[in-house]
Design a binder for this molecule. Sequence first.
Ligand code: PGA
Length: 252
Amino acid sequence: MRKNIVAGNWKMNNDLDASIELVHELILATDNIEIGYTRIVVAPTFVNLQKIREIAEGSRIEVAAQNMHQESNGAFTGEVSAEMLQNIGINDVILGHSERRLYYNETDKMLAKKASKAIGNNMNIIFCFGELLEDRKSENHFSVVENQLKNGLFHLTAKELGFVVLAYEPVWAIGTGETASPEQAQEMHAFIRSLLSSKYGKEIAEEVSILYGGSVKPSNAKEIFSKPDVDGGLIGGAALKADDFLAIVKTF
Ligand code: PGA
């Protein structure tokens, strides 16, 4: 059975003290709540990853990186490799976030390499994709998403797909306060699962968790997560406050 996941992407927020405080609050609050199959993930900035992972050890909170480079080492100033992450005990990484695509020119081709590299190192990935506002306005959102998946991910084998969680994040809903309606999310998630099914078969498609991201908050999480093909969320702004993030986690 596929898992529900609530992942908090802290982006370039929270210095070390704030990160420690937040993760402590999350650990305490999730210690003994009934949340069944739900995985809870946080993604702090690189410099705080090791500390936060050490603090979260043995708790319900898993720790992921926000990005990584596709090469193992070399002259790539400012970058971090899969091996370096694993060396500090990090085995999960977010790839292809729209901010990486938009501000750092990450392409589907580059992301295909990053995905292969991470999975080749037995790392789990949260693979993000989603259309721009103009794509939706021109009703191209399905083909944009299809291309992002085909070019960035569908080179993986069925076995490799076992390391992948998908995160559909319509760019127009990220950090804007505007959310896809539960129906819009379900429509796209069902489409994504049908793409997975045609490529990998129905049984495998049913096993892949597909998260929704884009202005998820305590007030709308329950309705969005109640949709059959929505298996949780990738949360930005609302992941920075323990109470909000926990309220979202508890909707499952
Ligand atoms: P948001 O960000 O929840 O602040 O819209 C979501 C994301 O970027 O993953």
